[in-house]
Design a protein around this ligand. Structure first.
Ligand code: IMP
Ligand code: MG
Length: 181
């Protein structure tokens, strides 16, 4: 385990197994549809890369980036589109792929944005869900959830703190001493 972590929450095998299960569910649900997977950068890129390879259907991908957090561990509450889609979402069955749903502010604004662009359907797949952290204005429920986790700050498997730790093959709890200085 990396020395900046206090514990490993999800190991490589647990993640791999759950990603396969999610892929199976998605493949069943999207049979005959025009699946268009949208990765929310940068946190979901590792999850997206693994997830799409478990789905045995014709599909297309795109990515977008929003910022709500700046570089730290505390939400700024302001969501900005930093990188927009490069292909139209119109007529497609969009599946937004996110690393973690925390306050839900980013996903709620992404869903609002894509809904207004003529997508045939818009659903959400998040690897991690922190239901206890939801902002009171957010009613959105994710359609696919990898794991429900408590209110802890996690890194690895794409998730970062100050852009670090994304390359860890597991998900762990960042030790408080790292961000409480
Ligand atoms: P939300 O808008 O508050 O739901 O924020 C979601 C975004 O915040 C995610 O896409 C992550 O980039 C970031 N985030 C929230 N919780 C964590 C965490 O525990 N570790 C790393 N990033 C997090
Ligand atoms: Mg993110």
């Amino acid at each position: 385990m990396h020395s900046d972590l206090s514990e490993i929450l999800l190991n490589k095998q647990e993640i791999e197994c759950r990603v396969q299960e999610l892929g199976n569910l998605i493949a069943q649900d999207y049979l005959g549809k025009q699946l268009h997977m949208v990765s929310v950068l940068k946190g979901s890129m590792v999850f997206m890369a693994d997830l799409m390879r478990t789905i045995d259907l014709p599909l297309t991908i795109d990515c977008m980036a929003v910022s709500s957090y700046g570089s730290g561990a505390v939400s700024a509450g302001v969501v900005q589109v930093v990188k927009d889609l490069s292909t139209p979402a119109e007529g497609k069955d969009v599946l937004v792929v996110e690393d973690v749903m925390d306050t839900g502010l980013s996903l709620a604004s992404i869903i609002g944005l894509l809904g207004g662009r003529g997508a045939r359907s818009v659903r959400v797949c998040t690897l991690l869900n922190k239901p206890g952290r939801r902002h009171p204005t957010v009613a959105l429920q994710p359609d696919y959830v990898g794991f429900e986790i408590p209110d802890v700050f996690v890194v690895g498997y794409g998730l970062d703190y100050n852009e670090l730790y994304r390359n860890l093959p597991y998900i762990g709890v960042l030790d408080r001493r790292i961000y409480s200085v």
